[in-house]
Ligand binder design. Sequence first.
Ligand code: IPE
Ligand code: IPE
Ligand code: MG
Length: 248
Amino acid sequence: MSTAENRAVPEHVAIIMDGNGRWANARGLPRTFGHRKGVEAVRETVRAAAEAGIGYLTLFAFSSENWRRPEAEINDLFGLLKSFIRRDLAELHRENVRIRIIGDRASLRDDIRSLLEEAEETTRNNTSLTVVIAFNYGARDEIARAAASLAADVAAGRLQPSDIDAQRLNDRLDTAGMPDPDLIIRTSGEERLSNFLLWQAAYSELMFVPDLWPDFSRDVFFAALERFRARDRRFGGLSSAKAAANGA
Ligand code: IPE
Ligand code: IPE
Ligand code: MG
């Protein structure tokens, strides 16, 4: 039996794209070469996600903690985001891809913020794959901003404290209106979430693959989707096989 929770193809896949620096180091190249090659992996992954029929693909591109990196590397990452949107927006739009941005955009430079907003605006009504770019994103920051927005409504008398429940908080997150990720993939062998989608990951399947992000490919992606199919998601209940045996 197939339910929305046990679909063969996950509705939402989120990826922590890690390992660009190590990919470059292993070749004796500066880290920036790894980031550049990583953009090519992004292009291939977006195509593969559309081909697989995934509804939402979220890509962790820059975390709220990545500001701890040297300024030159930060500038490089911002430059790559800009050139990606400039070069790829028209084609993504033609392919009916919708772009959404999550993260704290208020503290971004004006040129970056307006470029991101232009990408969202241009593709707003597209109906195939939604590509969610997590940029200047940190889950604790996102949850704190959602809490502050609810607190403002309480202070203004629009909400009572007892009105606040998980659904209302969920609706104030940057991901409001999106399904939770069914599958979160992290590349490069690291096994942690690094402040990514902490709220939304409550029942996500986690998958850690050894490949460094620049080596991520359609094949690696499809293999991960195949492994996902074998996972038994219970959401606190019983597995579908046991539920069926019990006459549910
Ligand atoms: C991922 O690769 C890209 C970003 C975090 C922006 P890294 O730059 O973290 O690469 P490693 O982890 O140092 O290899
Ligand atoms: C997570 O990777 C952030 C992104 C992929 C954008 P990091 O490389 O920043 O994570 P840590 O520092 O190893 O936890
Ligand atoms: Mg890293």
